[in-house]
Design a protein around this ligand. Structure first.
Ligand SMILES: [Fe+2]
Length: 271
């Protein structure tokens, strides 16, 4: 795998910037180096290196929307951090980033809360909420890997909206999009893996998955706010290992990109 082998998607987001901002949206690299308790045949390091080479060659700002690693190990994070250090970037975490080898603690909020400080130590920015202005756009990231958004995160988001910059919201787990849910169901995927699935999906998901993915009242309020906030102009997300560019059910433009582990990157022009 080299930069020339990448499958390059594209998108344009119009938000009225005086100067366009070109960026590379990457997600779900799933770095998976062999280590104790983790025999593996595919490390996806070449894919990650190819994506970074592409960004450097095209002079693109990099936005990574989570699942840098498939398991939280020092080896995986060392590699991911080395790759990201080569480019100007923003990254957020995904559900895999808090999972231990052997899939221990996968999607478990209790284990996730225990592991988070360890993972946080690899990063300078707050993994639960952060904001950075690049090219006149406020990129706000918000950790939603357990299918929840907390009231304090909404308060921070409201404060960001008051700053007056257009916001692009970075999420690992996309907001619910009926059109994409239908596409995934048609492909035989039983579970759309998106935030705030409507009640009619309960039977499709099965009770266990429903319990994990169905929204609580706070998360429903949060998504309503996101949909109603004019400063939020678009959402970039990952997690699905699929690509989609549409309007999610809350009314916001949402761009989802396939994983780097699958060989995909997406060049986005914000203008
Ligand atoms: Fe992933």
């Amino acid at each position: 795998m080299t930069a020339a082998d990448l499958k390059v998607l594209s998108a344009a987001v119009e938000i009225g910037l005086p100067e366009p901002l070109r960026l590379l949206h990457i997600t779900d690299t799933h770095v998976n180096l062999p280590g104790p308790g983790n025999p593996t045949e595919e490390a996806y390091t070449e894919n990650f290196a190819a994506a970074i080479e592409y960004a450097k060659a095209q002079d693109l700002f990099v936005v990574h929307t989570g699942d840098l690693t498939v398991y939280n190990t020092p080896e995986n994070y060392a590699f991911a951090k080395r790759m990201l250090s080569e480019v100007d970037h923003i990254c957020i975490i995904g559900n895999h980033d808090l999972t231990l080898p052997g899939k221990v603690g996968h999607n478990d909020p209790v284990m996730g809360a225990k592991v988070l400080p360890e993972v946080q130590a690899y990063f300078e920015h707050d993994l639960t909420f952060s904001s950075r202005i690049v090219g006149g756009v406020n990129f706000v990231s918000l950790n939603n890997i357990h299918y929840r958004i907390k009231p304090w995160q909404v308060e921070r988001l409201q404060a960001e909206a008051k700053r007056g910059y257009p916001i692009i919201l970075l999420l690992h787990i996309p907001l619910f999009d009926s059109e994409e849910a239908k596409i995934m169901a048609d492909k035989g995927r039983k579970c759309p893996h998106m935030l705030t699935p409507p009640e009619q999906y309960r039977a499709v998901y099965g009770e266990h998955t429903w319990a994990r993915q169905c929204a609580d009242a706070d998360t429903l309020d949060a998504v309503r706010y996101i949909g109603s906030e004019p400063a939020i102009r678009a959402i970039f997300a990952g997690h699905l290992h699929e690509r989609h560019d549409g309007i999610c059910d809350c009314g916001k433009r949402q761009i989802i990109t396939n994983g780097v582990f699958q060989g995909y990157v997406r060049e986005i022009m914000v203008y």
